[in-house]
Design a protein around this ligand. Structure first.
Ligand SMILES: [Zn+2]
Length: 443
């Protein structure tokens, strides 16, 4: 909890004083927040959304710096195919006897001789050029380290905690979510994650509009002041055709993580809105319902997604494959059954995924790839959603489907506290940007 407060504390920093006060007033744990350092003010002066470390991380880093630094010389080996620790030893001109005493120190799970291709192994030598440490680097945050003293080795796992900075990004879409996200400085993975969070409520191919906006609050992980990787998306707001969709990350007491709206209702639904990976689908604003072959508008029993051949097609929901094969003008087709009332169909595929007829499939598993088989002039996915035997638009049928999971009473109070701060920070970010914009445009 302490950690969380510190993290939330950090979220409040990048805003002008008035917003910070507004946020603080709405919090139950005011006491934890009044003590923050002056770093926030520096940021307010610059008006930029600079990353601010959570307070706890600042303290930890100070402790790190006070540790004595041993003057070791490091020579790094990269594990290639066919490498073993003994090969690395001979590349380092080390005696086999050293390796022998090292492997004797291995016990249980703490092993240093099991290497993976691509890992780096650091050989650290003292001033007399005697090997005193070997570190297998699993990630920037995890190393297995063997240390020698008095001729014998001890092997330990060393974990380092990232310094977590919290940042905001805001973008207005003019062609696609991905381009807008890239312009806002988000990584591909982060954009994909944002798309996954909203994948059950927004069809990012057909429903996205020029002028749609999003604000996202996310973590960035640093070590010794150096950026290592992006962390979790903590909160987001997506405004689609004027409708606001809030998403707040929440880990319940069982450790399950999900995204919920302002009322604590899960954003995860029984069916995806667009059953394909639309990473490579750039713009569909000019999409018309013309049939791709006959070229005339006519009542259409499904939804067409123009997409490059090979784009992965997802199972829209958990279910079972009841047909996998050619189906007349549909070409290569998959049909899935989801419980007793819903059937989904995916047509014109170029090829199938690994699942066969009769197999159970989970939502978002790849069941096939976009193609142009059957009666089709260009690569696209033809998707049908059939409810009780009638073809329906998945969007309009949504409220007839089983309701999404809400957080139980036992979790909701804690959720509201966290969501209150995070949603407040999204609001503050938006009005902060608007204020900045006004001051630029005013004569
Ligand atoms: Zn179609």
């Amino acid at each position: 909890m302490r950690k969380l407060i510190n993290r939330l504390d950090a979220i409040c920093h990048p805003f002008p004083g008035v917003h910070v006060l507004g946020l603080v007033g709405s919090l139950l744990f005011v006491g934890a927040l009044v003590a923050w350092p002056a770093v926030g003010e520096t940021v307010n002066q610059t008006g930029e959304s600079m990353p601010i470390p959570a307070l706890s991380m600042v303290l930890e880093r100070t402790e790190d710096l006070s540790e004595p630094v041993l003057p070791l010389t490091t020579r790094t080996e990269r594990v290639e195919e066919g490498d073993s620790l003994s090969r690395l030893f001979s590349r380092q001109d080390l005696e086999a006897q050293v390796l022998h005493s090292l492997t004797q120190a291995e016990r249980g799970q703490v092993r240093i001789s099991q290497l993976k291709i691509g890992q780096s192994v650091e050989f650290r030598y003292d001033s007399d050029n005697i090997l005193s440490e070997i570190a297998v680097v699993h990630s920037p945050f995890h190393q297995t380290i063997a240390t020698r003293s008095d001729g014998s080795w001890t092997i330990n796992q060393q974990y380092r905690e990232a310094e977590i900075y919290i940042e905001h990004a805001r973008a207005t879409i003019d062609s696609s979510l991905f381009l807008a996200g890239e312009r806002a400085g988000l990584s591909d993975n982060l954009i994909m994650e944002l798309a996954d969070i909203y994948g059950h409520v927004i069809d990012f191919v057909h429903e996205i509009r020029k002028g749609d906006q999003f604000v996202v609050t996310f973590e960035k992980r640093y070590l010794d002041g150096e950026f290592i990787e992006y962390g979790n998306i903590l909160a987001a707001e997506f405004i689609n055709s004027g409708e606001s969709f809030i998403a707040v990350r929440f880990e319940d007491t069982k450790g399950d993580v999900g995204y919920y709206d302002q009322n604590g209702i899960s954003l995860r639904k029984a069916f995806l809105r667009a059953p394909l990976n639309f990473r490579r689908i750039s713009s569909n604003f000019s999409h018309s319902r013309k049939h791709p072959v006959t070229g005339i508008r006519r009542p259409h029993r499904g939804t067409d997604y123009a997409a490059p051949t090979g784009t992965p097609v997802y199972a829209a929901g958990d279910g079972k494959i009841v047909h996998r094969g050619n189906k007349g003008g549909y070409g290569k087709t998959i049909v899935m059954k989801h419980g007793s009332s819903v059937t989904t169909l995916y047509a014109h595929l170029s090829r199938y995924g690994k699942f066969r007829t009769g197999q159970k499939v989970k939502q978002r598993q790849v069941i096939g790839y976009v193609g142009s088989t059957g009666l089709s002039t260009g690569p696209h996915l033809h998707y049908e959603f059939i409810f009780n035997g009638v073809h329906r638009n998945p969007r309009t049928i949504l409220n007839k489907l089983p309701k999404a999971k809400s957080l139980p009473k036992s979790e909701i109070a804690r959720y509201r506290r966290i969501a209150g701060v995070l949603i407040g920070s999204l609001d503050a970010q938006r009005s902060h940007d608007e204020l900045a914009f006004q001051s630029i445009t005013k004569p």
